[in-house]
Design a protein around this ligand. Structure first.
Ligand SMILES: Cc1cc2nc3c(=O)[nH]c(=O)nc-3n(C[C@H](O)[C@H](O)[C@H](O)COP(=O)(O)OP(=O)(O)OC[C@H]3O[C@@H](n4cnc5c(N)ncnc54)[C@H](O)[C@@H]3O)c2cc1C
Ligand code: FES
Length: 262
């Protein structure tokens, strides 16, 4: 883990209130893997005080840079949205446990909703590099909230899209498409982010089809390094029925779907 001051390469508002921020930080990039995150501060005043967590949306190893995809929701992201080329940000990272593909993996699925797509492109890039096929299942309220769909489409073997208003793709549940695929296609792993409903549906499909499945959690975080205990999530009860808690920043943010309650 490094603490560095890093320069903004550029920033684009992709749709209203949603931004892609590219940052040059070779030390962090050298160690970064998909699913991990950085704690970022672009402010020196007391409010907001704390850094904010963001997952790697894209990692450019050769360039020593990475991209974040974020939604403006409050004070921190409001300040970030005004960052310009050459501005400086303070970073801590890479943090948390990311995604490691195993050698025998041939095919994976990514399933996300809305801004939950943020960690997915880095996963797709990395899978593609390793010759692993990707099936993508993306859902959003409406077409323009299907962020990064073109980049994912370019690399995925198949892409399924649903929107709540049927402005693109089908209406209905995106996991129903995954369920259809699973009838005749074996997935080695499924990764999901952005919706409790998706996580629960994938967990039940896992019981039927026996693939490995992971959820990427995005709890509120204060420190990002396991010190404040502010990001706990409840672990599923083990055989002894005792309550057990996990730290999203340290034990996650990538968890087996059947290990955590959300
Ligand atoms: C590991 C991790 C990775 C993340 N990656 C991304 C990412 O790639 N892109 C992205 O857009 N967001 C991501 N988030 C969420 C992001 O960190 C928050 O949106 C951000 O901290 C908000 O800061 P703010 O100061 O703008 O908002 P605040 O002023 O802190 O909050 C504004 C509103 O947003 C709510 N809020 C803040 N943080 C969260 C959260 N984590 N979950 C739910 N509601 C929240 C608050 O309750 C409040 O209502 C991630 C969170 C975690 C823990
Ligand atoms: S954010 Fe402080 S312990 Fe996880």
């Amino acid at each position: 883990m490094y603490q560095v001051d890093a320069k903004v390469i550029n920033q684009t508002e992709v749709i209203e209130n949603h931004f892609i921020l590219k940052i040059f930080a070779p030390e962090i990039v050298k160690k970064a893997i998909p699913g991990q995150f950085v704690m970022l501060s672009a402010w020196s005043q007391r409010d907001p005080l704390l850094r904010r967590p963001f997952t790697f949306n894209r990692i450019f190893c050769k360039e020593g840079s990475f991209e974040l995809l974020y939604k403006k929701v409050g004070k921190g992201t409001e300040i970030m949205s005004n960052l310009k080329t050459s501005d400086q940000v303070s970073l801590l990272g890479p943090l948390g446990n990311g995604i490691k593909f195993t050698q025998n993996m041939k095919r994976i699925a990514i399933v996300s909703r809305g801004i939950g797509v943020a960690p997915m492109l880095a996963i797709v890039d990395s899978a593609k590099e390793k010759g692993i096929e990707v099936y993508a299942y993306l859902s959003a309220a409406t077409e323009n909230l299907l962020l990064r769909k073109e980049e994912i489409k370019e690399k995925a073997k198949l892409i399924y899209i649903t929107t709540d208003d049927a402005s693109l793709g089908a209406g209905g549940k995106v996991t129903d498409f995954l369920a259809q695929t699973l009838i005749d296609t074996k997935m080695d792993a499924v990764y999901t982010c952005g919706s409790k409903r998706l996580k629960n549906h994938i967990e039940s499909l896992k019981e039927t089809y026996g693939f490995k499945a992971w959820v990427i959690l995005e709890e509120h975080m204060a420190c990002g390094i396991g010190a404040c205990k502010g990001c706990i999530c409840r672990a599923k009860k083990a055989n002894n029925h005792q309550d057990r808690y996990l730290l999203v920043c340290k034990d996650g943010p990538v968890f087996p779907v059947d290990e955590v309650e959300v």
